[in-house]
Design a protein around this ligand. Structure first.
Ligand SMILES: Nc1nc2c(c(=O)[nH]1)N[C@H]1C(S)=C(S)[C@@H](COP(=O)(O)O)O[C@H]1N2
Ligand SMILES: [Mo]
Length: 355
């Protein structure tokens, strides 16, 4: 079902996806909170046109009292704001070989925003979960065809995750109403999980008694090490550190130029499994590493800033950074290959010429 190719050349179809779904310009890793227009985007189908006054969130399925809520009713409920880092599970896909033909991300499918919304758990409690409740299915207003199957974008969460206090039905980003590309009028935010979980243009929340088998759950977002591996679901973000590339870029290659002397190296690191505990930096392509200083944490599931000063000497250098989280997960030099091209958290390399 997934096309896997070894050719170095990218197709027009991959270019078409890349042009629709932009990434974070890596220099903006200098901002702790990503400005809205610079946050990465991933939109499988079309951005749906939403009739806001007519829109309702329907919450039903295995509950005692199904609910129907307007946007004003949701906004009148208790509001929480969390800074949360989102990363597409396909980040790094284009660097794998052979590669899966899909959105060809390098390392830029990330962003951190302040998401405001009302917690989901009290709504589920008000609706009254029936005793056979197993998962919660979140369905968006967007429809399309993927893998030959027509469907609305939908994903499920196990009940224990859906009931976490920090899972939000978000209607605002960085203090403003959601723009259409980020899911207006409402989206799910599940701190720590890869991007596919955070369903945009949310229309329905359904409590189910059986494991959800929708296309985006069953056929996508699973790690298959080979074509006949049954696969394990993609869930939380693996640790990754990224460097805001120093100096000035070359237009085509994006390699960097800077003048000799002390150079501040700054970046951000995150993990959905545990807090970031360590970030190391290398200036020789990963042969030797030194520890960077960590900034104060921003929020439990937001990236953590880090910095170090490099005494840049004339010549060619290859800068790398590597994150370790408190659960002991360390970024690998090379990530394990899988058919969907997911979870490639291999160490970033930035070429620098110092004069
Ligand atoms: N309804 C809907 N929700 C969706 C998607 C989508 O295509 N449709 N894409 C998912 C994926 S794969 C990612 S990575 C994130 C991207 O969120 P953003 O575009 O706000 O950064 O949204 C997720 N939620
Ligand atoms: Mo994604």
């Amino acid at each position: 079902m997934l096309a896997i190719v070894s050719e170095p050349g990218f197709s027009l179809e991959e270019l078409q996806l890349a042009a629709r779904n932009h990434g974070l310009p890596l220099e903006t890793l200098r901002d702790a909170i990503t400005p809205v227009g610079l946050h990465y985007l991933l939109i499988h189908f079309d951005i749906p046109q939403v009739d806001a006054p007519a829109w309702r969130l329907r919450l039903g399925g295995r509950v005692e009292r199904p609910l129907e809520l307007t946007l004003d009713e949701l906004r009148a409920r208790p509001a929480h704001t969390h800074a949360v880092t989102l990363e597409c599970a396909g980040n790094g896909r284009a660097l794998l070989s052979p590669r899966t033909v899909s959105q060809p991300w390098l390392a830029e499918a990330i962003g951190t925003a302040e998401w405001t919304g009302t917690p989901l758990a009290p709504l589920l409690e008000e609706a009254g979960l029936l005793s056979d409740a197993l998962e919660v299915v979140f369905t968006g207003l967007d429809r399309g065809v993927q893998g030959g199957v027509e469907h609305a974008y939908a994903r499920s969460l196990p009940l224990t995750e859906a009931l976490r206090a920090d899972v939000l039905l978000a209607y605002a980003i960085n203090g403003r109403p959601l723009p259409s590309q980020h899911g207006f009028p409402l989206r799910l935010i599940v701190p720590g999980w890869y991007g596919m979980t955070h369903v945009k243009w949310l229309a329905a929340v359904d409590v189910v008694a059986e494991p959800f088998r929708g296309w985006q759950q069953e056929d996508a977002y699973k790690i298959h090490r080979s074509e006949d591996d049954p696969g394990t679901p993609v869930t939380r973000m693996l640790p990754r550190a990224l460097l805001a590339p120093p100096g000035i870029p070359d237009f085509m290659s994006r390699s960097r130029f800077l003048v000799a002397g002390p150079c501040a190296l700054v970046g951000r690191a995150w993990s959905g499994w545990a807090p970031i505990e360590r970030v190391e930096v290398s200036i020789d392509g990963g042969a030797r590493w030194t520890d960077a200083a960590l900034d104060e944490p921003l929020d439990e599931y937001a990236w953590r800033g880090w910095r170090t000063t490099w005494d840049a000497r004339p010549g060619e250098h290859e800068l790398c950074c590597r994150a370790t989280d408190a659960a002991g997960n360390v970024q690998p030099a090379e990530a394990a290959w899988n058919t969907g091209g997911y979870c490639n958290n291999a160490i970033q390399h930035v070429q620098v010429t110092v004069s």
